[in-house]
Design a protein around this ligand. Structure first.
Ligand SMILES: Cc1cc2nc3c(=O)[nH]c(=O)nc-3n(C[C@H](O)[C@H](O)[C@H](O)COP(=O)(O)OP(=O)(O)OC[C@H]3O[C@@H](n4cnc5c(N)ncnc54)[C@H](O)[C@@H]3O)c2cc1C
Length: 309
């Protein structure tokens, strides 16, 4: 990333929320479930599968965690009702992991059981390293309780991940493999671009050797090509590629045109801010975006004013 972009990324938390919201529109389906359904229909029509994320993380109490459970149950009902090709992705902290392991487990189990009754699937996401042990324990315990319709996420930047793959191998896990998005200390995580790439490839190889179903979740074209090389003789139903809504659509089109399964991550909801910041911080053209928005507002100062609420 260029110097100016890096400086702007550091400033993002002080950029006014309305600007962040506008800049990040492409990454989010909208505030309502209906928005997510509309976007999933569009993605399905283009041949892609979807996974839905109800935006938000880290709840303060059980009432808030309950609201997330209810929201996901509504999503699962809507997917079935509208015949959408989509599963769901859940952040453990939104389901109460910070309040207690058992709270989160019970909440997850309710949604997983509901998903199973509809023939659907739940991906348990991976958050910062303070959650890794408990998230993997949840996955193992829920699989042990007979829930087969679940998967987890592993982060290639964590030094521990090869050991986690070995420990999970007996489950033949369903794993979304990502680089990792949270800021972690060098004692826990690789920081260099090339070493994270190398770890991603090594983790993918290890997962395939372990017989895992892998969701290769990256927009890094080099990694997509490396994955295609490793997957060359695999049946298409044993893996998929995954990408975030609004990111590198041309790469997604190429993956799909080559005949691979592609799943698009579709976030929706009112709690858009943290997710938006993360996406903008990853966008290599962030300086250009901010400049275009700022000049746009300077040139058209009346935009947005004088409208009815
Ligand atoms: C489906 C999916 C689910 C994920 N789930 C998790 C999770 O549970 N836990 C977790 O820690 N992380 C998760 N991530 C995020 C992941 O860890 C990375 O932070 C993120 O994918 C960026 O890494 P990359 O592999 O795409 O490579 P990068 O090197 O970051 O990106 C490759 C290229 O993609 C383009 N690009 C990337 N981001 C943007 C953007 N926002 N806007 C425009 N262009 C962009 C750029 O051209 C960039 O050069 C998920 C990612 C995906 C795709």
């Amino acid at each position: 990333m260029a110097l100016l972009d890096r400086a702007i990324v550091r400033m993002l938390p002080v950029v006014p929320r309305p600007v962040v919201r506008k800049l990040s529109e492409r990454y989010i389906a909208g505030p309502e479930l209906a928005d997510a359904c509309r976007v999933i229909k569009r993605e399905n029509a283009a041949g892609s599968h979807a996974t839905v994320d109800v935006l938000g993380e880290s709840v303060d109490d059980e009432v808030e965690a309950r609201a997330f459970v209810e929201a996901y149950l509504r999503v699962l009902r809507a997917i079935e009702r509208e015949g959408l090709d989509s599963n769901v992705s859940i952040k453990p902290t939104a389901f109460g992991l910070g309040l207690g392991y058992e709270v989160c487990r019970a909440n997850l189990e309710e949604v997983i059981a509901d998903a199973a009754s509809r023939g659907n699937f739940v991906r348990i996401e991976m958050e910062d390293s303070s959650c890794t042990d408990e998230t993997l324990a949840l996955y193992r315990e829920l699989r042990g309780a007979g829930h087969e319709n679940i998967g987890v996420v592993l982060q290639a930047y964590l030094r521990r991940t090869p050991a986690d793959i070995r420990a999970l191998a007996d489950l033949r896990p369903n794993v979304r493999l990502v680089k990792g998005i949270y800021v972690e200390p060098p004692s826990l995580a690789y920081r260099g671009f090339d070493e994270i790439r190398a770890s991603f490839v090594a983790c993918l190889e290890a997962l395939l050797t372990a017989g895992a179903y892998v969701g290769v979740a990256t927009h890094d074209e080099w990694l997509v090509d490396e994955a295609c090389r490793l997957l060359v003789n695999r049946p298409r139903e044993e893996y998929e590629f995954q990408m975030l809504l609004g990111v590198r659509r041309e790469l997604g089109a190429r993956i799909a045109a080559d005949g691979h399964r592609l799943r698009i991550y579709v976030p929706f909801g009112e709690r858009w801010y943290e997710y938006s910041l993360r996406r903008l911080q990853e966008n290599p053209k962030i300086a250009g975006y901010i400049a275009a928005d700022t000049f746009g507002r300077l040139l058209h100062p009346l935009n947005g004013r004088g409208r009815k609420a």
